[in-house]
Design a protein around this ligand. Structure first.
Ligand SMILES: *Cc1c(COP(=O)(O)O)cnc(C)c1O
Length: 412
């Protein structure tokens, strides 16, 4: 609207709600808990149903509080439209369910969030074909493309081994082949990286992680960047083609993915996430500098084996990460030397919490093989380069000296 393009990221987030006008001059978008919305003129109700007028009808399809967050996420990502969901998995599931048909093919990174891998297993059981490739090299993606490939799905920085996808080249490949490029931006967040810059058509964010940031609300979002030509996508139903072409895909995701599957973001959670998002850029700056300091400290420690962090010169995609991202993120992992028990080490940490979440303000640690990668068994772990002593750290915003001291004393 009237926002000058020159406004910075944080200013834009802080003043986003006010642009559309907030009820009673409130500075926060209020919580709208009503399930249904009434219309004085029934013709307006019909117009909203028919998509010729903006408005809310029933809470499963969205409410004004999550609507304000959708606008905010769209601005953060530089996109054209966003749909919010109850969780990040809800967002990813909705994209796949709304856009794929039996016999369609997906090329996905082999370094993915575990539950996304599990979801792809479910899709395979429903007749979707999948190829998992090493996404750090565009050539692997190119080799896997077929005439049936409907989308390519990658994450920016993988968890827990921090592989960085060849994001820009994969984007160029997808553009030249007319294939939809979907990027999960959770690990970097729009504060460090905008997938639109590498030609992503759709961006997924788990709002639970850095965007909300405080570990007090679950949420997810899908943003359309406006770059993908939906007229070339065969699976758009005729009745969603009444909207401008740029909105065909997101419209189908809102109807088929959100309305029909019902993974709706609650207004209270949207409010927590929106408040958290106000400090996203500040928190990411601190998170990245803390992660860098810890990764450097651990790489020099005699009790520690390999350390995996894109901000280290030893990381295979270090140069790539430096050109793509304005910071290397808060996730790193490391192996303890033989003879150091990972549980004893974790139990000696006094500030760092043993917990499975990530993107919290607090620094969290988890032994990978014994927890999040336990279900897949030792052989699959070995294939994926997950050592039995691997520990994943989600760096928080504590004072750096306190974190360094905690790791120092726990390593003895
Ligand atoms: C956590 C996470 C998700 C899923 O988000 P939820 O909000 O937990 O459902 C998806 N992708 C990545 C990369 C994640 O880290």
């Amino acid at each position: 609207m009237s926002t000058p393009k020159t406004r910075g990221f944080t200013t834009t987030i802080l003043h986003s709600d006010a642009e559309a006008g907030i009820e009673h001059g409130a500075l926060h978008k209020p919580l709208h808990l009503s399930v249904a919305y009434g219309y004085k003129d029934a013709r307006d109700l019909a117009a909203v149903f028919q998509g010729t007028q903006q408005g809310y009808v029933y809470g499963r399809q969205g409410n004004p509080t999550s609507g304000a967050l959708e606008v905010k996420v769209t601005k953060m990502e530089g996109g054209v439209s966003t749909v919010c969901f109850a969780t990040g998995m809800g967002a990813i599931g909705a994209v796949m369910l709304a856009l794929l048909r039996e016999g369609d093919h997906v090329v996905a990174s082999q370094f993915l969030f575990g539950n996304t891998v599990s979801l792809f297993g479910t899709l395979a059981a429903h007749g979707i074909k999948l190829s998992f490739v090493d996404s750090t090299e565009v050539a692997n993606v190119e080799k896997a493309l077929t005439a049936q490939t409907r989308l390519v799905f990658v994450e920016t920085i993988a968890n827990p081994r921090t592989q960085v996808a060849d994001l820009e080249r994969i984007g160029a490949l997808c553009t030249s082949r007319g294939v939809l490029y979907v990027v999960d931006n959770t690990m970097t967040s729009p504060a460090l990286f905008r997938p639109k810059a590498v030609n992503a058509g759709l961006i997924v964010n788990s709002l639970t992680k850095y965007i909300g940031g405080h570990g007090n609300a679950l949420g997810g979002a899908v943003t359309d960047t406006g770059l993908f030509d939906w007229t070339k996508f065969p699976n758009i139903a005729e009745n969603y083609k009444s909207q401008p072409r740029k909105l065909w895909g997101i419209q189908q995701i809102r109807k088929k993915g959100l309305r029909d599957w019902g993974g709706t973001l609650a207004a209270t959670d949207a409010h927590h996430i929106a408040a958290g998002a106000e400090t996203l850029a500040l928190r990411m700056g601190r998170t990245c500098s803390n992660a860098q300091a810890l990764a450097e400290f651990l790489s020099a420690h005699p009790q520690v084996g390999a350390v995996y962090y894109p901000g280290l010169a030893s990381h295979p995609q270090h140069a790539l990460a430096r050109t793509l991202f304005s910071g290397c993120g808060g996730i790193f992992s490391f192996e303890l030397k033989e003879g150091v028990d990972c549980f004893d080490f974790l139990n000696r940490l006094e500030i760092v919490v043993s917990s499975s979440n990530l993107g919290d303000n607090r620094t969290l640690a988890i032994p990978v093989a014994q927890t999040i990668f336990w279900e897949m068994g030792p052989e699959r772990r070995k294939e994926m380069g997950i050592a039995e002593s691997l520990i994943r750290i989600s760096t928080g915003i504590e004072d750096c000296e306190d974190l360094l001291a905690d790791f120092r004393q726990a390593l003895g």
